[in-house]
Design a protein around this ligand. Structure first.
Ligand code: MF3
Ligand code: CO
Length: 248
């Protein structure tokens, strides 16, 4: 079931999303060679709880971290670990969100650790551009497939892979609500977008083939060919004229 949020409810989500946005700025300053992903997780936990929010990934279906930290060929759902030390040249995707007063936020960015290759930089840029290409098509009355197709075309026409096994989603009182928001599809297909829908749009893009697998920890998703992956996600609300990005 898809829930349409009232202006009041969107205002509550805006507050949750503002915390997540603020936390990216804090984490960005700590992302450097020598720092463990567990350290980043602790910063996130402390930040959210000090603001009266709950890190909404923690214990979600048993997930053990407050945030996801996915390094290099890890696409998403990497578990923070004190033995996972970031090193110069790595890229790390941070996916995180919180629940504040019953309302969820969810967003992701891929960061450079120290100096990274041109190839990695390009991947990060294209992944972000995929999101912005997709939301050009978001507005009341548009079709979800228009958004999905735009993301897919943008990535694939540049030689990148679009992960199929994980998708974006509705968000609100629940972290994951209907509908699914794939990053691949056909224009003109899918459901109609309606003002007041709140969605997490999250392209997961690979520098090589798009096929992925789950590691033995039952969480971490990696590319099968070992190619680098990047992730860019925002929580948005559909409006009559387009959308508002709540986590940016
Ligand atoms: N943002 C992630 C997603 O939409 C949420 C992951 S929940 C976790 O898939 F439990 F896996 F962390
Ligand atoms: Co999400």
């Amino acid at each position: 079931m898809i829930s349409i949020k009232s202006a009041k409810q969107v205002e509550l989500m805006r507050k949750s999303c503002a915390l997540t946005r603020e936390l990216f700025d804090i984490l960005e300053k700590s992302i450097k060679p020598g720092v463990s992903t567990k350290h980043l997780d602790k910063i996130a936990y402390d930040f959210y709880t000090s603001r009266g929010a709950r890190p909404n990934f923690l214990n979600y279906e048993g997930y053990p971290g407050s945030i996801c930290t996915s390094v290099n060929d890890e696409v998403v759902h990497g578990i923070p670990n004190k033995r996972c030390i970031l090193k110069d040249g790595d890229i790390v995707s941070i996916d995180m969100g919180c629940e504040l007063d019953g309302w969820n936020s969810d967003a992701a960015r891929t960061f450079a650790v120290g100096n990274i290759s041109e190839e990695a930089k390009k991947l990060i840029d294209v992944t972000k551009e995929c999101f912005f290409e997709g939301i050009k098509y978001v507005k009341h009355g548009a079709k979800l497939g228009d958004v999905s197709a735009a993301i897919q075309n943008y990535a694939e026409s540049r030689g990148y892979g679009v992960v199929r096994d994980l998708v974006g989603h509705g968000i609100g009182r629940g972290l994951h609500e209907d509908p699914s928001v794939p990053n691949f599809g056909k224009a003109g297909r899918g459901m109609k977008l309606i003002a007041g829908m709140t969605l997490a749009i999250e392209p997961m893009i690979t520098a090589g083939d798009y096929h992925v697998s789950v590691l033995d920890d039952d969480w971490t998703i990696v590319t099968d060919d070992g190619s680098l992956a990047a992730h860019y996600e925002n929580t948005i609300v559909v409006t009559r004229s387009g959308c508002e990005i709540l986590t940016l």
